[in-house]
Design a protein around this ligand. Structure first.
Ligand code: MN3
Length: 260
C-alpha cells in the first residue's frame, strides 16, 4: 500500500512539474513565435469601387484576426515553435487540421490584402494600353486598372492575352464550390503562369495541394468577403474586384518567382 501511495504521489508531483514546464515553454520562452496581422496598408473604404468599408473592416478585424489568434492558440497547445509562417505552410501535411486551416487562413489573408489597393494612375500601364490599342492586340480597352507592359506580355504568352487571363481567373473563382480561393500562380511543373483554386484555407504553397506554385494573385471567394454588398452574386463581386487589383504587387511576385 505504501508503494502504491508513493507512486500516486510521484505521478501527481511529476504531473504538476510537467504542466509547469509546458506552460513556461509555451508562454515565457522569448524565442517562441507568435504571429501577428500586418497593417492593412490602406483605409477600409479605399477599395469602395469593389468592396465596401464595412466588409473590409469586419473581414480584417474579425475573420482574419481570428485565424491568427486560433493559429497562435493551436501552436501553443501543441507546443510547436516555428520561425516563419512558411515553415508551417510548406510542411502542412505534418500538422493538425486546426493548424492547416488557421495557418492557411493567416497566410492567405495577409497575401490577399496586398493583392488590392486604391486605384491610382499608372503611367506605364497607360503607355502599354496605348501601344496595344494601336496594335489591336487587346480587346478590353475600357479597363482603367491595367498591369504593366511586362505583365501584359507575359499574359499574352501564357494565356493568349490579358482579357483571357481575366476570364479564366474569373471563371475559376466562380467555380469554387463553397468557400475557397482562386489563384494566379507560377506553376513549378509547367514552368509558366497558371490559374488554380483551393478549398477552404488551403493554398498553392501547401504540400497537400494538387497544383503547386508561387502565388502571384489571390481572390477570397468566401461569402464573408462579399456578402454585405453582393449577397449571393459572387459573379458581380469578381467583376468589380479587378478594379482594385494591385498589379505592382503581382509584378513583384512574378519577378521573384522567375528571378528575371
Ligand atoms: Mn476571408
Amino acid at each position: 500500500m505504501r508503494t502504491s501511495q508513493s507512486r500516486r504521489s510521484f505521478i501527481k508531483k511529476t504531473g504538476i512539474v510537467a504542466l509547469g514546464a509546458a506552460t513556461i515553454n509555451s508562454y515565457a520562452t522569448p524565442s517562441f513565435t507568435t504571429f501577428k496581422q500586418s497593417p492593412l496598408g490602406y483605409a477600409y473604404g479605399d477599395l469602395a469601387l469593389a468592396i465596401d468599408a464595412q466588409t473590409m473592416e469586419i473581414h480584417y478585424t474579425k475573420h482574419a484576426a481570428a485565424y491568427v489568434k486560433n493559429l497562435n492558440d493551436a501552436l501553443a497547445k501543441d507546443n510547436i515553435n516555428v520561425e516563419k509562417l512558411t515553415d508551417l505552410i510548406f510542411n502542412i501535411s505534418s500538422y493538425s487540421t486546426t493548424i492547416r486551416n488557421n495557418a492557411g487562413g493567416h497566410f492567405n489573408h495577409e497575401f490577399f490584402w496586398k493583392c488590392m489597393g486604391p486605384l491610382k494612375p499608372n503611367p506605364e500601364s497607360t503607355t502599354a494600353l496605348n501601344t496595344l490599342q494601336t496594335a489591336g492586340t487587346i480587346d478590353n480597352l475600357s479597363q482603367p486598372n491595367m498591369p504593366s507592359q511586362k505583365l501584359i506580355e507575359q499574359f499574352q504568352k501564357d494565356f493568349g492575352g490579358f482579357a483571357n487571363l481575366k476570364n479564366l481567373f474569373s471563371q475559376a473563382a466562380l467555380s469554387v464550390f463553397g468557400s475557397g480561393w482562386a489563384w494566379l500562380i507560377y506553376d513549378y511543373n509547367l514552368q509558366k503562369l497558371n490559374i488554380t483554386t483551393t478549398p477552404n484555407q488551403d493554398n498553392p504553397l501547401m504540400n497537400i495541394t494538387k497544383i503547386q506554385g508561387k502565388p502571384l494573385l489571390a481572390l477570397d471567394v468566401w461569402e464573408h468577403a462579399y456578402y454585405l454588398r453582393y449577397q449571393n452574386l459572387r459573379k458581380n463581386y469578381i467583376e468589380n474586384w479587378w478594379q482594385v487589383v494591385n498589379w505592382e504587387f503581382v509584378e513583384q511576385n512574378f519577378n521573384n518567382s522567375t528571378n528575371c
